[in-house]
Design a protein around this ligand. Structure first.
Ligand SMILES: Nc1ncnc2c1ncn2[C@@H]1O[C@H](COP(=O)(O)OP(=O)(O)OP(=O)(O)O)[C@@H](O)[C@H]1O
Length: 492
């Protein structure tokens, strides 16, 4: 957004005292195994904690980016705050009104003021409707215009003219009004989706990955269009994306999500130039670099997959992948090896492997000379290699070796307990809350005071001093480059 539009938005916020949209403690759990048959069979419903306590403020005239890997709850957040899905818990205030409590005409009015553009321009437009009908559908549903225009046109004619105007405004031609979606390229279809969202003159629009299904060359055109429209109509955007380079271009502020939670939020430049959360650092590491010096930076995958929102990790949800996971006070070991110990335990807890599966692998790799003997030394070395557990010393080494020996004997649960007793991280004990301030982060590394209130300072540990410096040991995640379906190169 331009400086002037932003200043005007901030001035309005200051005058009116509140952001346009205020979300607090938003939760959306999807329940599975909850059908009548499941209940008859006595199956316990399982919950997918897609959104698990999200707070957001969106100020008038700004663009707030919501970023994070696939499945972290971005779309569910956008759809739930618009009441396209019913929230499990939490509050949403729009221009001072409690959105969750709206009904009847008030809810209809909210739906006019707050719209959405969906990610996929291929599936989000009804193939049986002309683009004119698609764009004017909302006007018809809301029975607009309220009165027939006084120039002799019928309401239907007025709506058709309005659809033509909107098509032209988004860069299409009015005489394409009777065409069907399949006659358009992906970028053109997304323009139709934008025209549809604008038809009711909204103030606020959720843009759910509006360019990620488009060819890279078309993305910039659509982003520029969105920026122009924001300027012209004074729009406020919530811009959902997994592609951070897009976010930097268009967003004033950014909220980073991980497994249903906002873990960092701040001005876009602050997030990009001085990220605080190890997850944000890792996400940024994956953004392609323009400058030659930066191209040599290490880009690796974050260890492990995103855990399932059906059973998120205790404490900090990111601790199962975090390169800076905090060591307990009793432990002082190289951070990389500590990560390895935690990975070993996490994999065992998630039943990612068993002692027997390791023996099977060793057997299959046996070179065939003589019969295969189960040698615990070989077993332990294979796991040291896999989890980077070489070069340990003292009590740390004793505990790890002990756990590996127990594991070699097939006693997984006991090995897990041994590793937990020896290496349990303070990050496992409590879910960190977002700090106050304009650049807020939810990470135990930054919440010493709040954290010490609940956990003895010694538990935070000497290891905090031994954390790698910012980015030094951070490993990077690799959200895919923008999907390129190659179908939009003919875009207008
Ligand atoms: N209707 C549903 N029923 C059950 N689980 C769902 C449903 N919709 C989404 N989920 C799950 O909720 C979690 C969050 O999904 P969501 O689509 O909001 O994430 P996202 O960050 O927008 O991902 P993407 O970028 O892939 O769209 C995922 O684990 C997803 O599988």
């Amino acid at each position: 957004m331009s400086e002037s539009a932003r200043a005007a938005g901030e001035e309005r916020d200051a005058d009116e005292g509140e952001p346009l949209l205020k979300v607090r403690g938003l939760r959306k759990y999807y329940f599975e195994d909850d059908s009548l048959l499941d209940r008859l069979l006595g199956n316990e419903p399982t919950s997918v904690k897609a959104v698990d306590g999200v707070d957001l403020d969106v100020h008038r005239g700004e663009t707030l980016g919501v970023v994070g890997e696939s499945g972290c709850g971005k779309s569910t957040t956008g759809e739930t705050l618009l009441r396209l899905r019913e929230a499990t818990d939490g509050t949403v205030e729009f221009d001072g009104e409690d959105v969750m409590a709206l009904s009847g005409e008030d809810l209809t009015r909210f739906r006019k003021r707050a719209g959405i553009v969906f990610q996929d321009p291929f599936s989000s437009l009804d193939p049986r409707m002309t683009v004119g009908d698609i764009v004017s559908e909302g006007l018809k549903i809301h029975d607009l215009p309220e009165e027939p225009p006084d120039d002799g046109r019928s309401k239907g004619e007025w709506r058709r003219d309005r659809a033509k105007e909107l098509l032209e405004r988004v860069g299409l031609s009015a005489d394409q009004i009777d065409r069907y979606p399949h006659e358009f390229s992906g970028g053109q279809r997304q323009r139709v989706g934008i025209a549809r969202a604008l038809a009711l003159d909204p103030e606020f629009v959720v843009l759910d990955e509006p360019v990620s299904a488009l060819d890279v060359s078309v993305q910039a055109q659509i982003l520029n269009l969105l920026e122009d429209l924001q300027e012209e109509f004074g729009l406020t955007y919530l811009f959902i994306a997994h592609d951070l380079s897009v976010v930097r271009h268009i967003c004033d502020r950014v909220a980073v999500m991980y497994l249903g939670e906002v873990i960092e939020t701040g001005e876009t430049d602050d997030i990009f130039d001085s990220p605080k959360h190890p997850y944000t650092e890792a996400l940024l590491e994956s953004v392609p670099r323009a400058s030659v010096e930066e191209q040599g930076r290490r880009v690796e995958a974050l260890s492990g997959d995103v855990p399932s929102p059906r059973n998120p990790p205790s404490g900090c949800h990111f601790r199962t992948r975090c390169p800076k996971v905090i060591q307990p006070a009793t432990v002082d070991m190289p951070q990389r090896q500590y990560r390895g110990v935690m990975d070993l335990r996490n994999r065992l807890e998630r039943q990612g492997f068993t002692a027997e599966s390791v023996w099977e692998t060793l057997r299959s790799e046996h070179d065939g000379e003589g019969s295969f003997e189960r040698d615990p030394m070989v077993f332990k070395e294979a796991l040291r290699e896999e989890f980077d557990l070489h070069d340990l010393s003292g009590a740390t080494m004793d505990t790890v070796e002990d756990a590996l020996e127990i594991l070699a004997n097939g006693r997984e649960e006991e090995a897990i307990d041994r590793l937990r007793d020896g290496f349990e991280s303070p990050c496992e004990q409590e879910d960190p809350v977002l700090t106050d301030g304009s650049h807020a982060v939810a990470c135990h590394l930054y919440a010493d005071e709040e954290y010490e209130a609940d956990v003895a300072p010694e538990d935070i540990g000497t290891a905090m001093g031994g954390m790698p410096t910012n980015g030094a040991d951070a490993v990077a995640s690799g959200p895919a480059d923008p999907a390129d379906n190659g179908s939009d190169t003919d875009d207008a």
